[in-house]
Design a protein around this ligand. Structure first.
Ligand SMILES: Cc1cc2nc3c(=O)[nH]c(=O)nc-3n(C[C@H](O)[C@H](O)[C@H](O)COP(=O)(O)OP(=O)(O)OC[C@H]3O[C@@H](n4cnc5c(N)ncnc54)[C@H](O)[C@@H]3O)c2cc1C
Length: 259
């Protein structure tokens, strides 16, 4: 099987984000593989371990995207491609999806595309569906397990996590799926994997390589601002005994209509 996993580099979730001069910044905080994409890489690796094949990761972005690509390679992905072109600055989800779809087409004979459910920074969760649409392939969201995978018969069956319930889906291949965290805990990269990934040469494809003219973004971000600062008042409740303090606290909570 040939499985492609698009991955995105994002600021570490522990980073403090700020807006400076209209741009989002996270200071010196490290960039990491989008945590949801780790589940997609894990699912792809388990699938080729059972059915044979290769896992290729792709990322559209500047050199910082290599951080995400190398982590996925260290986990066990065999191949990687980075897509970069100056004309992609300010790409919206539609453009991102068109570019990812063109890369999947260029690879040829791809059976499945596994995405993470969303990026922890952009957070739209839309790229997978837009990519499926651009490819004209079926889309299955939040897969928690594959119950059947038949590359020769060109079908698969999957379980979806739907709140408390599970739903079983059957669909033809090729298809685009997103992987839920219930699928499996992502593996830790091995020491050998990290060494191999750090030396891997990752080819860069431009729009010309993909046979695309610069797609025009339709959604613009004219302004980014921080949420207004919240006013917080702190009041220490004094009292001779814990009971007196508790009673005063209850009175205040009733007065504030919390109780
Ligand atoms: C400098 C900058 C400027 C931007 N300007 C604009 C703008 O003007 N208008 C606008 O609408 N958006 C803009 N964006 C946002 C950009 O379009 C989104 O980050 C991108 O489309 C993905 O959407 P998302 O982050 O919500 O990912 P989601 O849809 O939440 O991600 C779902 C999954 O898609 C995959 N994925 C997402 N992005 C990539 C990628 N690049 N490569 C590979 N896989 C990926 C990952 O697997 C991820 O788990 C800008 C982003 C940056 C960094």
């Amino acid at each position: 099987m040939k499985i492609v996993v698009p991955v995105k580099v994002v600021p570490d979730t522990a980073a403090t984000l700020k807006v400076e001069d209209g741009r989002v910044t996270w200071g010196d905080a490290p960039l990491v593989l989008n945590p949801w994409d780790e589940f997609a890489v894990e699912a792809a690796l388990q699938t080729v371990e059972q059915h044979g094949g290769t896992v290729t990761v792709i990322s559209m972005g500047d050199e910082s995207a290599l951080e995400a690509i190398r982590k996925a390679l260290a986990m066990g992905a065999k191949e990687a491609v980075r897509i970069y072109d100056d004309a992609l600055a300010g790409a919206d989800v539609r453009v991102t999806a068109q570019v990812l779809a063109a890369a999947v087409r260029k690879m040829g004979d791809v059976d499945m595309v596994f995405f993470g459910r969303q990026a922890v920074d952009g957070d739209t969760g839309l790229t997978p569906m837009y990519t499926a649409r651009a490819l004209g392939w079926p889309f299955v969201g939040l897969v928690s397990a594959f119950t059947e995978m038949d590359p020769a018969g060109r079908t698969f069956a999957a379980e979806r996590s739907v709140g408390e319930a599970k739903q079983t889906i059957q669909a033809p291949m090729p298809a685009v799926v997103t992987i839920a965290k219930e699928f499996a805990e992502p593996r830790y990269p091995s020491f050998m994997g990290i060494r191999k990934a750090s030396r891997a040469k990752v080819p860069v494809w431009s729009l010309a390589d993909l046979g695309l003219d610069a797609p025009a973004a339709k959604v613009r971000w004219p302004e980014i601002t921080m949420p207004p600062k919240r006013e917080v008042k702190v009041e220490f409740i004094e009292g001779a005994t814990p009971r007196e303090i508790a009673e005063k606290l209850v009175d205040k909570l009733i007065e504030a209509k919390v109780l």
